[in-house]
Design a protein around this ligand. Structure first.
Ligand code: GLN
Length: 451
């Protein structure tokens, strides 16, 4: 009831939720009370969560932030949310996001911008980051205990950094993608967004696990992540990738990074410089691979199988497709479909898509070599603090926000963003830790040391 009250009071300003499920929340909370009375207490019993509106929830509208799915209520539940309910969690509602998770500011949502609860001196509304901006705003604004996010190129970690919250993108395959609206299937992963590293560890423990319904989900045991929190960093070697020291890096980001290095050293870690030589190709490669996969995944929205249908009397099937997709998708989504279709076309495939895939392999190898000499990498999470709504209008400038995060998705590695400092205006700044495949435990241990 406290959280439903907070949503009632705060969602008008933050626009963090697209749909509030008050009835379901009360029902699930009652079930949690009954479970507690019966001594059946699970890791998340009674914990009220926000769920990014990219996860399909049975019988509850699941929009992906798009007009085309604006009235879509799935007949099935995503595996990750099913796992959360199995462990006792309570659904408060579905959180706002960039349309189909394409964006870094939550400004491409069909349902309006989500707003960052933090303010700088000029008082202008700030973006909460994206694409999981509604989840980040809800966690930071106290409109839920924690929320789910998804991360294709930074969509958990960047909004976490912009709102002073914790977000982890697990190793590719750690969480099932079944029932999550697909953006770029080889990059997408679900993860928790929380107030503390410990909460993230507990929640990931519930979300993760093998799922026969997702052939890319990893058939390996889920460790006790929460046990790794508090393990400390003694004996760990932390790598500092020199290529992340990009030209024109803001002095406050540089200072934050140094602060993180000092904290880890003081806590007993060894710090070494490492090189990831292909880093500069990551962003261009990502913005080829992600739209390519998106153009293919979004072909299913045709006015027949899901959601919106826009057709007029006498239309043939082609006109119906065209009208539906023209009316149903926003500008950024259309841009991605066009880029993706272009780079996959005969004659351009070798020059763009195949080249990007080769770069992806080189980036993965860079990390493998770095992990020969260190256990975890430390970088800034974002190149700046949260910016104002409407401040970035050029898509390529917007894409630059992902410069520190996309490498992790291209290589399939786990990465965590942890709030670690403030900028000159008092806005939160985050550090990122990147780990070996399936070594989220080290991220939780080291994350707590910089939190
Ligand atoms: N900002 C990136 C993009 O627009 C990442 C989005 C994401 O991780 N879903 O593609």
């Amino acid at each position: 009831e406290a959280y439903l009250g907070a949503i009632e009071a705060g969602n008008g300003a933050l626009n963090a939720y697209i749909t509030v499920t008050a009835d379901a929340a009360r029902e699930m909370a009652n079930a949690a009370d009954a479970a507690i009375a019966a001594d059946d207490i699970r890791p998340l019993t009674g914990i009220p969560l926000g769920v990014k509106d990219l996860f399909c929830t049975k019988g509850v509208r699941s929009t992906a932030g798009s007009h085309i799915l604006g009235a879509f209520a799935p007949t099935y539940e995503s595996t990750v949310t099913e796992n959360l309910w199995r462990d006792g969690a309570v659904l408060l509602g579905k959180t706002n996001l960039d349309e189909f998770a394409m964006g870094s500011s939550n400004e491409t949502s069909h349902f309006g911008n989500a707003v960052n609860p933090w303010r700088r001196a000029d008082g202008k509304p700030l973006v909460p980051g994206g694409s999981s901006g509604g989840s980040a705003a809800a966690v930071a604004g106290g409109l839920c205990v924690a929320a789910t996010g998804t991360d294709t190129g930074g969509s958990i970690r960047q909004p976490a950094a912009f709102t002073g919250t914790v977000g982890i993108k697990p190793t590719y395959g750690r969480c099932s993608r079944w029932g999550i609206v697909a953006f770029a299937s080889s990059l997408d992963q679900a993860g928790p967004m929380t107030r503390t590293v410990r909460d993230a560890a507990i929640m990931l423990g519930s979300m993760a696990g093998h799922d026969p319904k997702d052939s890319t989900s990893a058939d390996r045991p889920v460790p006790d992540f929460a046990a790794a929190v508090g393990r400390g960093v003694k004996g760990l070697t932390v790598g500092i990738p020199k290529e992340y020291r990009v030209d024109g890096m803001a002095p406050e980001i540089e200072a934050l990074w140094q602060q993180g290095i000092d904290w880890l050293k003081d806590a007993g870690a060894k710090v070494v410089e490492v090189s990831l030589p292909h880093t500069k190709y990551a962003l261009p490669a990502y913005y080829i691979v992600a739209p390519a996969e998106a153009s293919s995944n979004l072909a299913r929205y045709d006015g027949v199988r899901y959601g919106l249908r826009a057709a007029e009397q006498g239309d043939g099937i082609v006109e119906m497709y065209e009208r539906t997709r023209a009316a149903g998708f926003g500008r950024e989504v259309k841009r991605r479909i066009m880029i993706g279709t272009y780079v996959l076309s005969a004659g351009y495939y070798d020059a763009y898509y195949l080249k990007a895939q080769k770069i992806r392999t080189l980036i993965k190898r860079d990390f493998e070599q770095a992990f020969d000499v260190c256990d975890v990498l430390l970088t800034p999470a974002t190149p700046s603090a949260a910016f104002a709504s409407g401040e970035i209008t050029d898509p390529v400038t917007m894409y630059l926000n992902d410069v520190f995060t996309v490498t992790v998705n291209l290589a399939g590695l786990p990465g965590i963003a942890v709030p670690a400092g403030r900028d000159g205006q008092g806005l939160p700044l985050g550090l990122q830790l990147i780990g070996r495949p399936f070594d989220e435990e080290t991220l939780f241990a080291a994350g707590q040391a910089v939190e």
